[in-house]
Design a protein around this ligand. Sequence first.
Ligand code: NAP
Length: 308
Amino acid sequence: MKAMLLTAHGGPDTLRYGEAADPKAGPGEVVVDIHAASVNGADPKVRRGKGNYQLNKFPHILGRDFSGVVSAVGAGVTDLKVGDAVFGVTDQGIEGAYAEKIAIKAAIVARKPASLSHAEAAALGLISLTALTAIEDTAHLKAGETILIQGGAGGVAGFAVRLAKHLGAKVITTASAANHAYVRGLGADQVIDYNKDDFTRIGAVCDVVFDTVGGSVRAGSYKVLKAGGRLVWIAPAPDGFQPDRKDVETLRPDVKRDRAHLERMLELFAAGAIKPPAIHHYKLADAAKAHEVSEGRHLQGKLVLDVR
Ligand SMILES: NC(=O)c1ccc[n+]([C@@H]2O[C@H](COP(=O)([O-])OP(=O)(O)OC[C@H]3O[C@@H](n4cnc5c(N)ncnc54)[C@H](OP(=O)(O)O)[C@@H]3O)[C@@H](O)[C@H]2O)c1
């Protein structure tokens, strides 16, 4: 049987369906029959060949996080078996989750609990790895600190709002007015309507800024940091940008894929500290429509492609 795969093919703006061979489980790998895959902010950039995402081999299958059921197990895999529900995120530099099947290292997927649907697990994959690495491993956010999370209604930022609140921080976030109730529901203590108010007017009150928006937002973000503060970023600053503060740190999280971080997310979920984001469902065949929403840059929560 061949799997039907969505591919970015040919020109930078075209999405089409193509056929690819059934993936096989190599040593240390499992094949997962995908039930749901999520759309991340990076996916349309990859499709357009923007920035670091120059593709040199087509067809290219987009997609980084997924949830599904193990359908084959490679040599040496002893901790997962056919029929196990699992979820995960493809290794850095590898994609392919907008598909019916994927072969992936067993060590970087985790068991999906029955309390999370496939759509919820797929939606939480990359955003949880990114937010946990940014907030816990990189910013080392502590109880009592103040954090400004730029773009709180987005996928990564929304998870970060819940996480930072759970860690005991005061959470300030930026969002457009339509998303204020949503981000307050995530736990934000203070919400700034960035369309109406200049967020830098809060002054230098933050121990940490988590910038998920980038561009001109980055420059302003330095103005709200206390001396010794940490700016953690995942969305790029304008070309040639140089911070004007020498008394703060600028940190880029190295978001590795591993089971440990997925299990950390599950531990937080089981404790009630985090919840799945708002999810907007699309069929795999409608991935192009989901990309249009993502590129609109005003998404609340996550877009999920229902594959099965
Ligand atoms: N490993 C990594 O480094 C990594 C991993 C994941 C993502 N990323 C990057 O991180 C960024 C965010 O990804 P994502 O998937 O979380 O994005 P997303 O879900 O598409 O987030 C979009 C959000 O940004 C908000 N927004 C847009 N302009 C804003 C502004 N000027 N100020 C405040 N909020 C604004 C929108 O909310 P409003 O409607 O309220 O404006 C929307 O909710 C992307 O650039 C992505 O490529 C990096």
